[in-house]
Design a protein around this ligand. Structure first.
Ligand SMILES: [Ca+2]
Ligand SMILES: [Ca+2]
Length: 417
């Protein structure tokens, strides 16, 4: 099971676990493997060894990799698939149900009446459904928000909905304004997360469209929005949206100007570090590697994250490929460990100070919760706890505390005891 690769810019530590189950359509079905011990350290030969941490006198009492608790909130929804908060200081959490409803958690309880119900417009099941909600900066004054879903014919939709002027816990299903539709050739690999970046632009992840191996070559096709991260101006641009003038491919022949980054297989989850603005995009692998991609806040975009030339750091189904110009993952793990990475968040809350600055993620196929961070400039990751959950998403509340969703219904809180 030991795999060694010496590749520039990488540190790979893999923790082997027992696992079971498959994410619907995300992985390629490689879903069982033996368990084992800690394995697989790949150090970056191109960088000097980091300085050792100072010894003694440290006021930091945290273990390097603290154990976390994943605690049931006693709240459940029907196939919850996305959870987030609104930037309106209301303290509410919004839980997206795959079937087409959005529920509100307020004052520790789940409101009986959905915030929005568009079940009749949504294809549902597998990787399809109502996939995400995003609130623009200034939401409290604007009174509208965005959703991403797959419509009845399977195509991806980004649209805007308005909150009822009379009731902040109720949106108007008749208020839909469709901003963007993207043809989906197959039911799987839709991506579909939307989130506002620290720059006030809306980011949307789209998978390669589906079918094995991206044989349509969508992720590397710069005329296609599939297999991309988009960045669009929904707030100050023309209708239905504008293109930020500093998008990396503006004015380039053969490129869709919405593209911020390319070369993704199924970037199911991405997030911005709320303290630094760095972007973490977890790309679900085919049958060998699950990866976390790191883009510093200083990036101007335009990265090519490799699929389907590469899977993880390796050439995809080939001994040789041209990796020139490709951005390799910050961290990857093999399908000996999992089969569908569920990207999370860099923890910036206050309840669990030992998690400060650590990127938390999971894998749908084994329910583990891992931490990832740079130690001396090198990315490292360790298992923080095991669960028996089918974790499908993480989310942050207003204060930066973390939640996890089990596709079977449960809503969980993550913290260090
Ligand atoms: Ca698709
Ligand atoms: Ca990649």
């Amino acid at each position: 099971m030991a795999i060694k690769n010496r590749l520039q810019g990488l540190l790979v530590i893999s923790v082997l676990l027992a696992l079971s189950g498959t994410f619907p359509g995300c992985g390629s079905g490689d879903s069982s493997a033996p368990s084992g011990g800690t394995e697989n350290i790949v150090e970056n030969p191109g960088e000097p060894n980091p300085a050792p941490p100072p010894l003694g006198g440290s006021t930091n009492e945290c273990p390097q990799w603290p154990e976390v608790t994943v605690e049931y909130t006693f709240l459940s929804a029907n196939r919850p698939i996305h959870i987030t908060h609104a930037p309106d200081r209301s303290g509410r959490l919004f839980v997206v149900e795959q079937g087409g409803r959005i529920r509100i958690i307020a004052n520790g309880g789940l409101l009986a009446t959905p915030f929005l119900n568009i079940s009749s417009r949504v294809s549902n099941g597998g990787e399809q459904g109502l996939l995400a909600i995003a609130f623009p900066p200034g939401f409290a004054q604007k009174g509208y928000f965005y959703v991403s879903y797959t419509r009845l014919d399977g195509d991806s939709v980004l649209s805007r909905y308005f909150v009822s002027p009379a009731n902040p816990n109720l949106a108007d299903p008749g208020s839909e304004q469709i901003l963007l539709t993207v043809v989906q050739p197959f039911a799987i690999h839709n991506g579909g997360l939307i989130a506002f970046g620290p720059d006030g632009y809306l980011y949307m992840s789209l998978g390669d469209g589906g079918a094995a191996e991206d044989f349509q070559n969508n992720a590397q096709n710069t005329n296609s929005l599939l297999g991309k991260m988009l960045r669009i101006d929904t707030e100050s641009g023309p209708s239905p949206f504008g293109i930020p003038s500093d998008n990396p491919f503006v004015g380039e022949n053969g490129y869709r100007a919405e593209i911020w980054a390319l070369g993704f297989r199924n970037p199911w989850r991405f997030s911005f570090d709320r303290a630094t603005g760095d972007l973490y995009t977890a790309d679900v692998g085919h049958n060998r590697w699950e990866e976390v991609n790191f883009q510093p806040a200083s990036s101007g975009g335009g990265e090519n994250y490799g699929w389907n030339i590469t899977e993880g750091t390796q050439c995809f189904e080939s001994f040789f490929c041209d990796r020139t110009g490709l951005k390799l993952p910050a961290f990857q793990y093999t399908h000996a460990i999992g089969c569908s990475i569920i990207g999370g968040f860099v923890y910036r809350g206050s309840d669990s100070p030992c998690l400060e600055g650590m990127y938390i993620y999971s894998d749908f196929c084994n329910g583990g919760v891992w931490g990832m961070k740079r130690v001396g400039g090198l990315w490292q990751s360790e298992l923080l706890t095991n669960t028996q959950l089918k974790i499908v998403s993480f989310g942050e509340d207003q204060g930066g505390e973390l939640y996890a969703l089990d596709i079977d219904g449960g809503i969980y809180r993550i913290f260090t005891p």
